[in-house]
Write a protein that binds this ligand. Structure first.
Ligand code: GDP
Ligand code: MG
Length: 689
C-alpha cells in the first residue's frame, strides 16, 4: 500500500519552514487496507519518520467516532497530519481502513480509523470490532469524537461503539487468569472531544452525563466471572475537551485546537495526555512486527492477549537483534581467525575478544532490554553462549599456539644456554621451564574470558609434559656427550700402560694391566658422577649412564688387549724377547758367536724361555683372581649383540684360542729357527775369515 503524495495543510507547511525536522512530509501510510491486509511498509515508514530508534520515547493516539463527525479534520488540525477529509461536495465516505501518520509536534503516531460505524450504514460491525481491538492494543490515548447533541443519546451509535471498545479491552487486558488487577500499561485514556460545542450546556454537565453513560455501559457488559468486580476506572481514565463549530466559528475553532494540542505536547501540564502508565511498552523498532502480529490475530479471531503478543514480539525482535549483533561480531572476529588457525599467537587476543563481546552485548542490551524481560534475559544468555562458543575456538587455538611456541622457544633456550661457558645445565633447564610456563600462563589468562567454563589447565599439563620430554632429551644428549668424552679419556689412559705391560710379558703383566684398568674405571665413574650432578640427572639416568660407561671402559680394554694380542704384535713381542736372550748376552752386548760357543743350547734355552711366555697372552690371568674385573652387562647402544664375546664370562678373558697358540708357536719357531741358522752361518763365515 503506497500512500498518495504528502498533503500539507498550511499549518504543517509553516512548521516545516520553521525548521521542524519531523518527517511528516513523508506522508501517511495505510497500514490496513480495505481488504483488511496489513502493510509490509510500517517499519520502513517508521524509519523514514525518524521514529524507529526511539525506544519507548514515542506515543500513539487514535480516533474513534461516527462517520463524518470531523475526525480526520480534527487530527489534521491537531497534529499537522494529512488524513483524507471527506469531500464536501460528494459527502462520500472514504474507503475503510486504518491510516497512520506522524504528528509534526513530537514523536507521536496518529492513527485514523475509517469506517468504524458500520451500524449506521446497516453493515456488520466486524470491522469496527477488529479496529477497536487493534487500536487498543497499541494506543495510549483514544480520542472519541462526538457532537454535543449526541450526548445523552444512550442508544446512539456512539454508545454501541464504546461498548465494543470496553468489551474488547476486557478480552485484551482482563484475560490473564489470576492477575485480575490490571498492570499499568493496561490502562488507556479515553479523551472525549465534544464537537460543535455551543456553550449553552455547561461542560461539567456534559462530562457528568458522559461519565454516567460510560458507567452504565460498563455495568451492562457481560464480564467474565473473575472480572465481575472490575471497575471502569481500573482500565480507563476519562478526559474531556470541547471544540466550537469549525464552519461557524473558524477562528475560535482554530484557537481552541491550538489549546487542545498543548495537552498532547506539553509535559508540564497536569492534563498532559501521554502519561507513562498508558504506554503499551512496545519499543519503536518492534512496532511494525507487533502491530502486524496483532492484526493477524484479530483477523483469525483468535484470542488476543497482549502479554502473549508481547512475548512473541520479544522473541522475534530479540532473535533479530541477536542475529544482527552476531553477524557484526563474526565479521570483526574473522580477520583474527586466520592467523590463529595458521598457528600464530595473536597479541592481545583476549582484549580483542572482550571488545567484540562488549560491543555485541552492548548493542543487544540497548535494543533488546526494552522487550519482555524474561524473553530478553533468555535470549541474552543464548546469545552469550553462542558468542562464547564462537570465541572458544580462538581461545583453544591461542592456547595450542602458545604451547607450540613455548616448547620451541624452550628448546632454543636450552641450546643457547648450553653454548655458554661454564653453564649449569640444571639451571638452564629450570629457568627455561619457568619462563616458558610463565609466558604460557600469562597468554592463557589474557585470552580467558570471565563467565566461561574455559580452562587452560589441560593445555598447561600438556606443555609441562612436553617441556619435560625436551629437557630429558637434551639431558640425554648432554650425558651422552659427556660419556663419550670420558670414554675417550679411558682409552687414552689405558693405551700406554697396556702396551708397555704386554710388550714385556711376565706372569705379573696382567696384574699391572688390571690395576691400571681398575683405577682408570674408578676415575671415570667419579668424573661422571661429579659432572652429572650439574645435570640434575635422575638416579635411573645415572645408573644407565654408569652402566654404559662401564661397558665402554671394559670394551676399550678388551679392544686394546685384542690389538696387543694380534698375530703380528705377539710375534713381534716374542721375536724381540727371543732376540734379547739369544743375540745379546746378560750384559746386553750383542753376541758374536765363536766356534767354541754352544750355540745350540743357547738357542734352545732362549727359544724355550720365550715360548714359555706365549701362553701368558692366551687369557687375562692375574696372579690373584680378585684382580679380575666384574664383567659389566652389555650395554644396548653398543654392538654387544653382534659381538657377545667381550661380555660372556666364559670367553671375555680369553684372548687366544689353543689353535691360535699352536699356530703362533709354529710361526715363532720358524722365525727362531731362521735366527739360529743365521747365527750358525755368521759363525762359520767369521771362522772362515
Ligand atoms: P470524518 O469522517 O469523521 O473523518 O470526518 P471528516 O473530517 O472527513 O469531515 C466530514 C465533514 O465534516 C467534512 O465535510 C468537514 O468539513 C466537516 N467538519 C469538519 N469539522 C467540522 C466541525 O467541527 N463541525 C462540523 N459541523 N462539521 C465539520
Ligand atoms: Mg475521516
Amino acid at each position: 500500500v503506497v500512500s498518495p503524495p504528502p498533503v500539507h495543510n498550511s499549518l504543517a507547511s509553516t512548521k516545516k519552514q520553521n525548521g521542524d525536522t519531523n518527517n511528516a512530509g513523508e506522508g501517511r501510510l495505510q497500514i490496513v487496507n480495505e481488504h483488511q491486509e496489513f502493510t509490509k511498509e510500517l517499519s520502513p515508514y517508521l524509519a523514514k519518520w525518524g521514529l524507529l530508534d526511539k525506544g519507548f520515547a514515542y506515543d500513539v493516539v487514535s480516533v474513534f467516532g461516527s462517520q463524518s463527525t470531523g475526525k480526520s479534520t480534527l487530527l489534521n488540525r491537531l497534529f499537522g497530519t494529512s488524513f483524507d477529509v471527506m469531500d464536501e461536495t460528494k459527502r462520500q465516505q472514504t474507503t475503510k481502513g486504518i491510516w497512520m501518520c506522524p504528528s509534526i509536534y513530537g514523536n507521536t503516531l496518529v492513527m485514523d480509523v475509517e469506517g468504524t460505524d458500520g451500524r449506521e450504514r446497516g453493515e456488520d460491525q466486524d470491522f469496527e470490532r477488529k479496529s477497536a481491538l487493534f487500536s487498543l492494543a497499541s494506543t495510549e490515548v483514544l480520542i472519541v469524537n462526538l457532537w454535543e447533541h449526541q450526548i445523552g443519546l444512550y442508544n446512539g451509535a456512539n454508545m454501541g461503539l464504546l461498548k465494543t471498545v470496553f468489551e474488547v479491552n476486557l478480552g485484551l487486558f482482563g484475560g490473564g487468569g489470576d492477575s485480575s488487577k490490571p498492570k499499568p500499561q493496561e490502562k488507556t485514556l479515553i479523551l472525549f472531544v465534544i464537537r460543535d460545542h455551543v456553550g449553552a450546556t455547561p461542560v461539567s454537565n456534559l462530562t457528568a452525563t458522559l461519565t454516567q453513560d460510560m458507567e452504565k455501559i460498563w455495568a451492562s457488559l457481560s464480564k467474565p466471572s473473575h472480572l465481575a468486580d472490575a471497575t471502569l476506572s481500573s482500565y480507563f481514565d476519562l478526559s474531556f475537551a470541547t471544540l466550537p463549530h469549525k464552519v461557524l466559528m473558524p477562528e475560535k475553532f482554530e484557537s481552541e485546537v491550538v489549546e487542545l494540542r498543548k495537552r498532547f505536547t506539553d509535559r508540564s501540564r497536569p492534563d498532559y495526555v501521554f502519561q507513562p502508565s498508558y504506554h503499551k511498552r512496545i519499543p519503536a523498532d518492534g512496532v511494525g512486527f507487533y502491530m502486524e502480529g496483532i492484526w493477524q490475530q484479530v483477523l483469525t479471531n483468535k484470542d488476543l492477549d497482549l502479554p502473549t503478543q508481547q512475548e512473541l514480539l520479544a522473541q522475534f525482535r530479540c532473535d533479530e537483534l541477536s542475529a544482527a549483533v552476531t553477524e557484526a561480531f563474526l565479521a570483526s572476529s574473522k580477520a583474527v581467525r586466520r592467523p590463529v588457525e595458521a598457528g600464530q599467537v595473536v597479541d592481545g587476543l583476549g582484549a580483542l575478544m572482550k571488545d567484540w563481546l562488549e560491543t555485541a552485548l552492548g548493542k543487544f542490551d540497548r535494543d533488546a532490554s526494552r522487550y519482555h524481560a524474561g524473553v530478553y534475559q533468555r535470549k541474552r544468555s543464548d546469545l552469550l553462549a553462542g558468542l562464547h562458543a564462537s570465541l572458544s575456538s580462538l581461545f583453544l587455538g591461542q592456547l595450542k599456539n602458545l604451547h607450540k611456541i613455548e616448547t620451541a622457544k624452550f628448546s632454543k633456550d636450552i641450546v643457547k644456554g648450553t653454548k655458554e661457558v661454564g653453564y649449569d645445565f640444571a639451571k638452564v633447564v629450570t629457568e627455561g621451564k619457568e619462563q616458558a610456563r610463565e609466558r604460557f600462563l600469562e597468554g592463557a589468562k589474557e585470552v580467558k574470558i570471565d563467565g566461561t567454563d574455559w580452562e587452560y589447565e589441560h593445555e598447561l599439563a600438556l606443555l609441562d609434559e612436553d617441556l619435560k620430554v625436551i629437557a630429558d632429551r637434551c639431558r640425554a644428549d648432554e650425558t651422552k656427550k659427556m660419556v663419550n668424552t670420558i670414554e675417550r679419556n679411558i682409552k687414552r689412559q689405558l693405551l700406554e700402560p697396556v702396551e708397555v705391560a704386554l710388550s714385556q710379558p711376565s706372569p705379573k703383566m696382567w696384574d699391572t694391566v688390571l690395576k691400571t684398568y681398575q683405577s682408570v674405571s674408578e676415575d671415570a665413574e667419579e668424573s661422571y658422577l661429579t659432572k652429572a650432578k650439574a645435570y640434575n640427572c635422575s638416579e635411573e639416568e645415572n645408573e644407565h649412564a654408569l652402566a654404559s660407561l662401564r661397558a665402554r671402559a671394559w670394551l676399550s680394554l678388551r679392544r686394546k688387549l685384542e690389538e696387543q694380542t694380534s698375530d703380528a704384535t705377539i710375534l713381534a713381542t716374542l721375536r724381540s724377547t727371543f732376540e734379547e736372550r739369544f743375540r745379546y748376552d746378560e750384559a746386553g752386548v750383542p753376541r758374536v758367536w765363536k766356534p767354541e760357543d754352544d750355540i745350540e743350547s743357547a738357542f734352545t734355552k732362549a727359544k724355550e724361555e720365550t715360548l714359555a711366555l706365549l701362553p701368558l697372552f692366551a687369557t687375562v690371568s692375574p696372579t690373584t683372581s680378585s684382580l679380575l674385573p666384574k664383567l659389566p652387562s652389555p650395554e644396548t647402544s653398543f654392538d654387544a649383540e653382534s659381538d657377545p664375546i667381550p661380555f660372556d664370562p666364559s670367553t671375555a678373558f680369553v684372548l687366544l684360542s689353543p689353535t691360535k697358540l699352536l699356530s703362533l708357536e709354529t710361526r715363532f719357531k720358524r722365525e727362531a729357527d731362521a735366527a739360529y741358522v743365521e747365527a750358525k752361518r755368521s759363525m762359520v763365515s767369521s771362522v772362515a775369515q
